[in-house]
Design a protein around this ligand. Structure first.
Ligand SMILES: Nc1ncnc2c1ncn2[C@@H]1O[C@H](COP(=O)(O)OP(=O)(O)OP(=O)(O)O)[C@@H](O)[C@H]1O
Length: 619
């Protein structure tokens, strides 16, 4: 059994049945009764504005909270949505609406689709160049983008009305009435926001949401699990932007005018603060933050000192954020996101690893992986010098060499983490040396890392589901988890994940947060996650580092069992007993050159190996 010497932190089993609806139920009931309990129209308008911020904060949360992409220009997408509605209803369809105000019922959907399209395109435009940028660069680029859109809205006068803006946007009335009670507007916006939040929540508890969180936690590993990271980052921009665009349309109708002052840089920071204040990366945090802040702001307006100095409002928000970040760094709501809605079984599977039915195994001894004359140069340093070898089917190939010999560099080149300077790599006859790591993973090469790299904030099961990502997410995003066949797929993958966990003897940990596991459990989960990609070849980089003797023996048995399942293994290891015991053949690297290739017994007595390890005295 697994060794457990830490206090197990069990992430509560995903809530079943009614309990998981408590939180959304409370919000929905509050949303529905708000106009009845709020004292007067002014407060109903405040509530409607709070809903607008709920949608904005939820959209920005996809970028900042889930995917870890700081966006300081998010308000630009809101501007695009609001101006789209304004231009459509005042200029394009203005004369028609003047004659038939009820035509808004079909102009509005056109505005919404156009806003999704325009904001989505704007999202891709900002998203594309920022795909390679992170941190400071990303922040500055998005900030600049937000300003560009705002400045364009001021200066493109024939379209946007310049500084004056666009007035006389019709209210949300489908009956032709010129005046719409704030309660009606409120309920229309409530319906829109509920639809947006449900759609975003569905996306989060799907392979897409897991891919976003995986990218935030460790982009390199996410890619090694088969996630096309650039595509998912771009998708995050498009989804966030479209959300802001849609709510921008409703804001324009609610406000009945838009001008550049409707959206300032300050609004941008307010939305960002609300996400952080509420709890970035949670579903309900940004929603809570938005509602609390908008109401707090409305109340604060009546406090004399703030009424006299409205500029204090944002300063106050900044102060609240600073204090809260010290007291509660995760934000007001720190409930972990559930990244799957599928439920696992309650009985441990028998521990047999699934082999895909469509997979024809090569003949024993046939070459599976061919590495030919691979060279890797980093600046002036040649880490690998024309390395060539074959991995044959049915074998565990040991890879050893002194520190700095180039072992990890070789694994990185094979797994597509780095691109070899020259040379070829073939997996069952297919060239892979030019592929990115996600494509290499999909072709059938999985890996673990020298220091364990799990998605620490996810549960063990979620970690494994990320491993099964490529099977769950096709080109057409099969992400709408309420759709039955998608759920079936997800359930199948959960079953496979549980089988993989039972195989490595870590099924008990399936609901634990990865960060709570002990060293050996972490290693086993990392191996199970790699197995979830259904690899033909598994690359293990020093899996015994940090393990005790009995764990190392157990690991040796696990590696042999993996080979018995038809998965060929390349094993880097400094633990000689493990390496010699489990490998069928060993190659030895020194200074980026293969100096020996043979059975463990041959390697043990090879003079070149002894010299590399012990110096010239060994001869
Ligand atoms: N991204 C990089 N940029 C520059 N130099 C690198 C890079 N990656 C590795 N190197 C260098 O390449 C050489 C080989 O490193 P590598 O990590 O592959 O060795 P190793 O055999 O895995 O060693 P160890 O057993 O200590 O992990 C080292 O000199 C290392 O400093």
């Amino acid at each position: 059994m697994s060794n457990t010497h830490t206090t197990p932190i069990i992430v509560s089993r995903p809530a079943l049945g009614l309990t998981r609806w408590i939180w959304p139920g409370v919000f929905l009931v509050l949303g529905l009764i708000a106009p009845f309990v709020l004292p007067g129209d002014k407060w109903v308008r405040v509530a409607a504005l709070a809903l607008v911020y709920v949608a904005l904060a939820s959209g920005l949360n996809i970028l900042v909270g889930l995917t870890g992409l700081l966006d300081l220009g998010f308000i630009a997408f809101f501007i695009v949505g609001a101006y789209t509605a304004a231009i459509f209803t005042v200029s394009t369809f203005g004369p028609l609406l003047a004659e038939h105000p009820a035509a808004l019922a079909w102009v509005l959907p056109i505005s919404i689709v156009a806003a999704i399209l325009f904001a989505g395109v704007a999202g891709s435009i900002i998203g594309y160049p920022t795909l390679r940028a992170r941190g400071d660069y990303l922040a500055i680029m998005t900030l600049a983008f937000g300003e560009i859109v705002r400045i364009v809205s001021i200066n493109w006068t024939e379209f946007t009305g310049g500084a004056v803006g666009i007035r006389n946007i019709p209210p949300l009335s489908f009956s032709g009435e010129g005046v719409v009670p704030p309660t009606t507007t409120y309920y229309i916006i409530l319906v829109v926001v509920v639809i947006l939040v449900v759609a975003l929540a569905s996306l989060i508890a799907s392979p897409v949401g897991r891919a976003w969180v995986a990218i935030r936690e460790d982009e390199l590993v996410a890619s090694s699990m088969g996630i096309r990271t650039r595509r998912y980052k771009l998708l995050a921009y498009v989804v966030g932007a479209s959300t802001a665009g849609v709510i921008g349309v409703f804001f324009a109708h609610m406000n009945q005018f838009v001008n550049p002052d409707s959206f300032t840089l300050e609004d941008n920071f307010i939305v960002l603060s609300l996400v952080i204040l509420g709890g970035a990366g949670t579903l309900w945090g940004p929603i809570t933050g938005a509602v609390l802040w908008i109401f707090f702001q409305a109340v604060a307006k009546d406090i004399p000192v703030i009424a006299a100095h409205p500029e204090f409002r944002t300063g106050l928000l900044a102060l609240i954020v600073v204090v809260l970040m010290i007291l509660r760094p995760g934000g007001l709501v720190s409930k972990r996101l559930e990244l799957t809605r599928a439920r696992g079984g309650t009985a441990e599977p028998d521990g047999a690893l699934e082999t895909p039915a469509d997979r024809a195994l090569p003949a024993a001894g046939a070459p599976v992986l061919r590495v030919a004359e691979v060279k890797q140069v980093f600046g002036g340093l040649t880490a690998l010098e024309s390395v060539s070898f074959e991995l044959r089917h049915g074998e565990v190939l040991g890879l050893m060499g002194p520190n700095g010999a180039g072992k990890s560099t070789l694994l990185n080149a094979i797994s597509g983490v780095t691109r070899a300077t020259s040379g070829t790599i073939e997996l069952e006859g297919e060239r892979t040396e030019r592929l990115e790591s996600n494509a290499v993973s999909v072709r059938g090469i999985a890996r673990t890392f020298q220091t364990v790299r799990l998605f620490w904030d996810m549960t063990v099961l979620e970690n494994l589901l990320v491993g099964g990502h490529a099977r769950l997410a096709g080109f057409l995003p099969r992400f709408l988890s309420p759709v039955p066949f998608v759920r079936r797929n997800e359930r199948r993958t959960v079953e496979e994940a549980e089988a993989a966990l039972a195989f490595v003897d870590a099924w008990d940990c399936r609901d634990r947060r990865a960060s709570s596991l002990d060293a050996y459990q972490q290693r086993k989960v990392e191996i199970a996650r790699a197995l979830m990609t259904r690899p033909r070849v598994l690359l293990l980089d020093e899996p015994a580092a940090g393990l005790n003797e009995s764990e190392t023996r157990d690991l040796a048995r696990l590696i042999s069992r993996i080979r018995e399942h038809g998965i060929d293994v390349i094993l880097i290891e400094h633990d000689m007993d493990l390496l010699m015991g489990v490998s069928d053949r060993i190659i030895v690297l020194d200074h980026g050159v293969i100096i020996a290739d043979g059975t463990p017994a041959e390697i043990r007595t090879d003079p070149a190996v002894l010299e590399a390890y012990l110096g010239s005295d060994a001869r």
